[in-house]
Design a binder for this molecule. Structure first.
Ligand code: AMO
Length: 434
């Protein structure tokens, strides 16, 4: 019988002869007996006691199968169960210069990420990530949305030219996709409400704790919706993910010492503020925009940056929608509110306690001529968007959607400072290896 360490730590197994496959996590040698901590393929550990003569050349990270009886010993770590082994099978003796230890510099952990993913901390994060993806998918499936996939090689910018990754596509110029949104928009005409989970790429030139150059983008689009509908979808989706992930990953959150009491209270409705009121609030708080060496008071028309977003949510345990941004700080596709000229029917969602923006969305401009004008004003090459404009030429409908950054959501849920910690192989301005 081969079982995982986590399952073996159960009274049912006491006195039973079992085997467990895994890696040597720690070794403590005594004259007669050796204590091995075996780590299984889900980051759970069990103490194993074995005759020292059978473990002569064993090293940290050697891969093994150990056979023996489960017994209780209160001194055994993480639960008080241990495996009294009489046999060990060695798959591979690890070279004895395994570079990842208990205390490591952050740079080394990134350089050796292919090995650092085995640390128990990263295993716990990866398990939570897997659950977040699972429950995201479940929410959409349960609520009658259809999943689609969109191309990653594209001809046009969605979120502005400054963060495009160029590539040579045979004889043409092409880009890595910044967002699947335009393709999702094309699909609503045949599938109704659709969603996708694809990597998005942004050539972010600055190094920040919340920007990756490649991130996992969960995007949704639906015909005949209002902004109110879109806000509700996001409230329900995010609350559903958090509720279920907390339920299924209690052990992982405990391991990471994440106090989840505030997350447990996340439920609809979220807080709301208009962009205009948000600016008033920031002005009243004397918030300053710092550009290079100068600084000035924030003004209506400025985009919100990480510091201003932090100030808006600093003492708030609830996420906050900022609604109605000026069109000039939003992309070309945002629909104008005809009752408030110059204002887009768009909202960003800010995570609580200063974690900043985690989603962006709103209604899309569905009028052909207005959209053509916006494409022109933004200096975009109209021929790259001709297919997109067809969506407005042939049976255009009011519609809208939103995009959520999985790593941004995780950064908040895990209470991590650096977004790089939420993903096994982060891509940033400085790192594309391993
Ligand atoms: P936006 O550019 O705001 O909007 O992106 C949507 C969400 O994606 C996440 N995100 C990022 N995560 C990590 N690193 C980055 N560099 C990064 N950039 C963005 C954030 C953000 O809220 N098409 C629109 C959305 C829409 O209107 O549907 C879009 O891409 O969580």
């Amino acid at each position: 019988m081969n079982t995982r360490c986590g399952e073996l730590k159960n009274d049912e197994y006491i006195g039973k002869y079992v085997s467990v496959k895994g890696w040597i996590h720690r070794i403590r040698k005594q004259k007669e007996n050796t204590f091995l901590l075996i780590r299984d393929d889900r980051g759970e550990i069990i103490q194993c006691i074995i005759d020292s003569s059978k473990t002569n050349n064993i090293t940290i990270e050697s891969s093994v199968e150990v056979f023996g009886l489960i017994q209780k010993d209160s001194r055994a770590p993480e639960g008080g169960y241990e495996l009294k082994a009489d046999k060990i099978h060695i798959f591979n003796i690890s070279k004895n210069d395994y570079p990842i230890g208990e205390y490591q510099s952050l740079d080394l952990l990134l350089e050796k990420r292919h090995l650092a993913v085995r640390t128990r901390r990263m295993t716990m994060v990866s398990k939570i990530r897997s659950s977040i993806l699972h429950f995201s998918r479940k929410w959409f499936t349960d609520n009658d949305w259809l999943e689609i996939t969109a191309p990653v090689l594209v001809k046009g910018a969605v979120e502005g030219g400054s963060t495009l990754f160029n590539l040579k596509y045979f004889d043409e110029e092409a880009y890595l996709s910044q967002s699947a949104q335009l393709y999702l928009e094309a699909m609503i005409f045949s599938l109704g409400q659709v969603w996708s989970m694809t990597p998005s790429f942004r050539a972010e030139k600055s190094r920040t704790v919340r920007h990756l150059t490649e991130f996992l983008h969960l995007e949704a689009e639906a015909p005949w919706v209002t902004l109110e509908d879109l806000l509700k979808f996001q409230e329900e989706l995010i609350s559903f993910i958090i509720y279920n992930v907390l339920k299924s990953n209690r052990k992982e959150f405990e391991f990471l010492k994440r106090n989840v009491s505030e997350l447990e209270k996340i439920s609809p409705p979220f807080n709301r503020i208009t962009y205009e009121k948000a600016i008033d609030k920031l002005q009243n708080a004397e918030f300053k925009i710092v550009d290079d060496d100068s600084s000035r008071k924030i003004e209506y028309g400025d985009d919100l940056n990480i510091e201003s977003e932090r100030l808006l949510t600093i003492n708030s345990p609830k996420p906050l929608f900022v609604i109605g941004y000026p069109l000039k700080i939003k992309p070309f596709y945002v629909k104008e509110d005809i009752s408030l000229p110059g204002i887009g029917i768009a909202a960003d969602l800010l995570a609580p306690n200063g974690f900043g923006e985690i989603t962006s969305g709103g209604l899309r401009e569905d009028d052909l001529h207005k959209l053509e004008k916006r494409i022109m004003l933004e200096g975009l090459e109209q021929s790259n968007y001709d297919w997109y404009l067809d969506l407005r030429r042939y049976g255009s409908v009011p519609h809208g959607g939103f995009g959520l950054g999985i790593e941004r959501l995780m950064r908040w849920i895990l209470n991590f400072t650096d977004i790089k910690d939420t993903v096994p192989f982060p891509r940033t301005i400085r790192r594309i290896y391993p």
